[in-house]
Design a protein around this ligand. Structure first.
Ligand code: SF4
Length: 389
C-alpha cells in the first residue's frame, strides 16, 4: 500500500521548507506594495533577455535586431513570423538576408516539440510537450462551437502537493519561462487550426509562485498573440500576499481562487500549504482584489464525494461569501489512481448547487471534458512519463 504523504512528517517538512524558499525568493524580487495606497502605479514587468525570442514584444525584438547590426524593420518581420506564422527556425525566414539567416540558425526561438498527443471523444486534446532541457509539461486544448480554451501549465510539476492532485504527487522541478507558456498556446492553436479564444492557468503548477514569468506571458498572449485579458484566467490556491500583489498590476484577467473547502480544517487536509494561510485571511485578500481591480473573483470548489459535498459545507461556504462579488465554480472530482477520493453522484452535486443558490450565491458546475484523455490535473504526464514514483 502506498503511504500517504501526510502520514510522512519528513515529506511535509520538505514541502514546507521548499515553499518558504520559493516565497522568500519571490519576495526578494518583487516587494509587496502598500495595501493602503488607493490606485498604485502598476509595477513594471521584468524584461527578459532575448533570445529565446518567443514572448518578446515588438520593441524587444526591434532592439535585438538592431544589436545584430540590422535595420529596425527586421524586428517587425521577426515579430510577424513568430506570432502570425508560428515560426520555429530562424533559418526559415525567407525575407531575411541569406547570410544572416545562416548566422541565426542556432538562435533559440523557444518552441517545444510534441512528445505525446491524446484526443478524447469530445474533442479535448491533451499534449505532452518536451522543453529544451528535456522536461515534459502538460497542456490541454478544449474546443466548443464558440471557443477554443487552452489550459496551460506554469511550472514543471508543482510544490503545493494538494492531496487530490496527480501533479502534486509528482513533486516540483522548476518554473516555466515566459516563452514556454506562450508556446503552449501557439501549439494548441496550430494543432486545432483555429484561433485560441480563452486561456486558463489551471495546468501544472501554482502560477503565483512564478508571478514574473506568468505576467510576462500574459502580456505577450494579450498584446502579441491577441487574446483579450478578460479571456485569461489565473488560478491559484492562494499564496499569502500574492493576490494583493497581483491586484497592484491592475490587470483585467479573471482571478480564480481554489478554495475546495468550506472551513480551515478541511482545507488544510486537502491543501497542505493552507496551514500558513487562514481561510479568513485568504478571503480578506480576495476582497481587496475586488476593491482594487473592480473584477469579481471566481472560487473553485472541487466536490469530493462524502468529504466536502454535504449541505452543511454548502451553508458554511455561503456564509463566507455573503455580500462578496464572486462566483462559485463547482468541479466534480475526476478520480485518479493514487488517492481514493470519489466523484459525487449527480443528486449530491445538484443538492450542493441548490443550497448555494438558496443563499444567493452565484454558482455553476464545470462540465467534465476529456475524461478519456486523462483530463485530471497531471494525469497524462504521470501515465506517460512516470512522474509519480
Ligand atoms: S491542484 Fe494545482 S496547486 Fe494543487 S498540486 Fe495540483 S497543480 Fe499544484
Amino acid at each position: 500500500m502506498r503511504q500517504k504523504w501526510r502520514d510522512r512528517p519528513h515529506v511535509k517538512m520538505e514541502i514546507f521548507i521548499l515553499l518558504e524558499l520559493l516565497m522568500s525568493a519571490v519576495d526578494s524580487v518583487n516587494p509587496v506594495q502598500s495595501a493602503e495606497s488607493d490606485r498604485p502605479t502598476p509595477p513594471q514587468l521584468a524584461i527578459a533577455p532575448v533570445p529565446p525570442l518567443l514572448g518578446a514584444s515588438l520593441a524587444e525584438l526591434t532592439e535585438w535586431v538592431k544589436q545584430q547590426q540590422q535595420p529596425a524593420y527586421r524586428g517587425k518581420q521577426l515579430y510577424q513570423w513568430l506570432y502570425q506564422q508560428g515560426g520555429r527556425s530562424l533559418a526559415d525566414i525567407s525575407v531575411f538576408p541569406k547570410q544572416w539567416r545562416a548566422d541565426l540558425a542556432n538562435v533559440p526561438v523557444g518552441r517545444s516539440t510534441l512528445h505525446f498527443r491524446s484526443e478524447a471523444p469530445d474533442g479535448t486534446v491533451k499534449f505532452l510537450l518536451r522543453l529544451a532541457d528535456g522536461q515534459i509539461i502538460e497542456t490541454v486544448g478544449i474546443p466548443t462551437d464558440k471557443r477554443l480554451t487552452v489550459c496551460v501549465s506554469s511550472q514543471v510539476g508543482c510544490p503545493m502537493a494538494c492531496d487530490f492532485c496527480a501533479t502534486g504527487k509528482g513533486g516540483f522541478t522548476r518554473n516555466l519561462e515566459r516563452h514556454e507558456i506562450v508556446d503552449q498556446v501557439l501549439t494548441v492553436q496550430e494543432d486545432f487550426q483555429r484561433r485560441v479564444s480563452n486561456i486558463v492557468f489551471m495546468g501544472m503548477g501554482e502560477p503565483l509562485l512564478n508571478t514574473d514569468n506568468v505576467l510576462a506571458s500574459v502580456r505577450s498572449l494579450n498584446e502579441d498573440v491577441g487574446i483579450g485579458q478578460r479571456s485569461i484566467t489565473l488560478s491559484t490556491v492562494g499564496i499569502p500576499g500574492h493576490i494583493r500583489r497581483l491586484a497592484q498590476h491592475q490587470l483585467q484577467v479573471t482571478l480564480a481562487v481554489s478554495l475546495h473547502a468550506s472551513n480551515q480544517t478541511l482545507r488544510e487536509q486537502l491543501i497542505p500549504s493552507a496551514h500558513r494561510y487562514p481561510l479568513t485571511a485568504l478571503l480578506e485578500e480576495c476582497r481587496e482584489y475586488v476593491q482594487i481591480t473592480g473584477r469579481r473573483v471566481t472560487f473553485e470548489y472541487i466536490l469530493l464525494g462524502g468529504l466536502n459535498d454535504r449541505p452543511e459545507h454548502a451553508n458554511e461556504l455561503a456564509e463566507h461569501l455573503r455580500g462578496f462579488q464572486s462566483h462559485v465554480n463547482l468541479i466534480p472530482y475526476n478520480p485518479i489512481q493514487e488517492v481514493d477520493y470519489q466523484r459525487p453522484d449527480t443528486r449530491r452535486i445538484q443538492s450542493f448547487v441548490e443550497a448555494l443558490k438558496a443563499k444567493h450565491v452565484a454558482v455553476s458546475v464545470r462540465q467534465s471534458r476529456g475524461l478519456a484523455a486523462d483530463a485530471a490535473c497531471g494525469q497524462l504526464r504521470a501515465s506517460k512519463v512516470g512522474a509519480i514514483a
